[in-house]
Design a protein around this ligand. Structure first.
Ligand SMILES: CC/C=C/CC(=O)SCCNC(=O)CCNC(=O)[C@H](O)C(C)(C)COP(=O)(O)OP(=O)(O)OC[C@H]1O[C@@H](n2cnc3c(N)ncnc32)[C@H](O)[C@@H]1OP(=O)(O)O
Length: 309
């Protein structure tokens, strides 16, 4: 089966990215901490105990990119509670790290993620879902203030499609790995924002078809529908996502966060409310040193030196 690889990033992504397409089998990726770890990697970053389901490290020539790789190969990165808890912990750590200006989330060569963990959900009762606040905290990706890029390699089923929609700038690779929440075959209704975020991202017609049939779409279709911003050849995907993240990280982190918030307002509020949010944030940039530095640097025809203040 051909695989699609995509990457999503945010200058805004609930959201994250841009995309290219490839159709050949992906090369194996080196294990965490190996010498041939992703370009510019600066070693594992751990806040608390070691990660079981993730590789977490800094990447980019200046270590300004937080790189999170989902790593649960035996279940094609299905999103079990343990993985999601680790993802929140990794995101919290990068959010608090002043060196990190953008975050890339990627998967393995075969799968970005195969959706929520069906085996974990299979025996759950209503009481356990409601009483145990199942899915609480799953929207952490959407609430991260730093731009997030989803480098989607391999299968992206259900929740990961929503996850991508959360990471505004998707980059994709491959031919046919995007699949909507399989509402009909497996669950009565996608439950982690799949019907909402997907619909806002690609429109009602395609979202309805994807949700009701559970059929996959290709990376090229995902790009045409606006689900990803770029599609890359297999061997270029991660470097492209990291480069995009580095570029974002080289800007004022303060102003980038405001820009992301402003774009997200277009996704989550009315036009009038979004315009008000944009205006307030635009005015607020005039209180920052980085706004002054950026405009002064332009007038003086030199490179801006942002201080994130
Ligand atoms: C939280 C609220 C939202 C809910 C909506 C959802 O997200 S429901 C889950 C949606 N996901 C799916 O429907 C995908 C299910 N998986 C597949 O259809 C296939 O695995 C695949 C992605 C098409 C890949 O097929 P392939 O033949 O290549 O691999 P296998 O099927 O053999 O899978 C390998 C092992 O991975 C396990 N696995 C795959 N997906 C999940 C999953 N979502 N949850 C739990 N486990 C999963 C699979 O069971 C295999 O493990 P074994 O131990 O070998 O059985």
């Amino acid at each position: 089966m051909s695989l699609a690889r995509a990457c999503a990033c945010t200058h805004g992504l609930t959201h994250m990215w841009h995309s290219l397409v490839c159709s050949r089998a992906p090369p194996a990726r080196p294990p965490a901490g190996s010498r041939s770890a992703p370009r510019g990697a600066r070693g594992q970053r751990r806040a608390g105990p070691p990660f079981q389901f993730l590789q977490v490290q800094k990447a980019g020539s200046k270590g300004s990119v937080g790189l999170i790789r989902l790593q649960r190969p035996q279940a094609l990165n299905a999103l079990c509670e343990g993985l999601m808890a680790e993802l929140r912990r990794a995101l919290d750590a990068f959010e608090a790290d002043a060196q990190v200006g953008a975050i890339v989330i990627t998967g393995s060569d075969k799968a970005f993620a195969a959706g929520a963990d069906i085996k974990e959900m299979q025996g759950k009762s209503f009481q356990q879902c409601y009483g145990g606040a199942f899915l609480a905290g799953w929207d952490r990706v959407a609430t991260v203030r730093k731009p997030t890029i989803a480098a989607v390699n391999g299968y992206a089923v259900s929740v990961p499609v929503s996850l991508r929609a959360l990471c505004r700038v998707p980059h994709a690779r491959g031919r046919d790995s995007w699949r909507s929440p399989p509402a009909v075959p497996i669950t009565p209704s996608p439950g982690a924002g799949g019907t909402q975020r997907l619909t806002r991202a690609v429109g009602k017609s395609l979202a309805m078809e994807m949700v009701l049939t559970g059929e996959r779409i290709s990376a090229a279709e995902a790009k045409a529908a606006g689900l990803v911003s770029k599609v890359f050849p297999v061997d270029k995907l991660l470097d492209a996502a990291i480069s995009c993240a580095e570029k974002i990280a080289s800007n004022s982190k303060l102003v980038v966060a405001m820009a992301k918030e402003s774009v997200n307002a277009a996704f989550e509020t009315t036009l009038a409310e979004g315009n008000r949010t944009e205006k307030r944030l635009f005015y607020a940039t005039f209180a920052t040193d980085d706004r002054k530095e950026g405009m002064t640097a332009f007038v003086e025809k030199r490179k801006a030196n942002f201080t994130d203040s």
